[in-house]
Design a protein around this ligand. Sequence first.
Ligand code: NAD
Ligand code: G3P
Length: 326
Amino acid sequence: MSTIAVLGAGAWGTALAALYARGGEAVRLWGRDAATIAAIEARRENPRYLPGIALPPSIRPTTAPAKALAGADLVLLVVPAQSLGGLAADLAEDLPAHATLVLCAKGIERRTGRFMSDIVAEVLPDRPVGILSGPSFASDVACGLPTAVTVAAKDGETADALARGLSTESFRCYASDDLRGVEAGGALKNVLALAAGVVIGRSLGASAQAALVTRGFVELRRLGEALGGRAETLMGLSGLGDLILTCSSPQSRNFAYGAALGRGEDLSGLKLAEGVFTAAIAARLARENGIEAPIVETVAELLSGELSVDEAAQRLLQRPLKREVG
Ligand SMILES: NC(=O)c1ccc[n+]([C@@H]2O[C@H](COP(=O)([O-])OP(=O)(O)OC[C@H]3O[C@@H](n4cnc5c(N)ncnc54)[C@H](O)[C@@H]3O)[C@@H](O)[C@H]2O)c1
Ligand SMILES: O=P(O)(O)OC[C@H](O)CO
């Protein structure tokens, strides 16, 4: 049995806590929001982020980081990408020396262009670090529905050990030593899910959706490779797999955000959509690396208000014709 500290009591942190508590691990769940933690303690439910899903009684919720971290073998960092650097710095003193960190956010730090593993390597150097990414909606995982994801680490042995430690009967983890490929796939698919949502919200049709997702995948692969990932990783669960999931389901918050944008609705009050924070920095990284990424760039300009939805669609359709491959 492992002792697992889950840091971040939003939808994904709560789902992972439920998954591992049901699997018999000792799980502590830390959150900064006292009302959410109190509700989990009292009602065995996270009413704000995962309403209606019963949580195992063995989860130990807390607002005290030191309590969550004491004696933990595995520490799952499950806050949004833009908050990871601050959280890692705050927790440095309480982290057990031997604990392996598992980074669960999908994004790129917009101010610096750093991926999640870069942030942690700088703030908490010399720690064993893994990335967990792949097609996995929090509510599915919290309910025990099956899926498969990728767990990556810089070296294959650490990745294999993490994949064994993090797999359960319903949650199948494949190991990878391509850390950058796995985190690039997870971050970039969010930007493309926004675009797919816009297509559906603007009623442009299922044909346009399939075309956009296919060309979006070309961009994900090109840019992911330019940033250091491997093509076969980007074609795996954390790239193509998660792209398929989030570009086809309104259950995806990124897709839902794009759909609301496409319908011209008020966007305030929507749930976390990581692609909103990643789009501009991904477009900048593409430009800096000489990578053609018209969909990613168009999403960034749409979000910044430089383009309307109809102008964005026209711009993509009117690009010069070219060969599909090469
Ligand atoms: N929800 C999913 O289905 C899912 C699945 C896989 C990966 N992820 C990724 O996990 C990450 C977290 O997503 P989520 O769904 O849990 O989001 P969420 O909006 O449901 O919850 C975010 C949580 O982080 C907390 N938080 C935010 N900033 C913080 C800070 N500075 N310090 C401490 N806590 C902070 C919030 O209070 C909240 O509890 C994202 O990068 C997301 O892409 C989500
Ligand atoms: O709801 P989304 O769009 O953040 O997607 C959640 C997960 O990343 C799906 O794998």
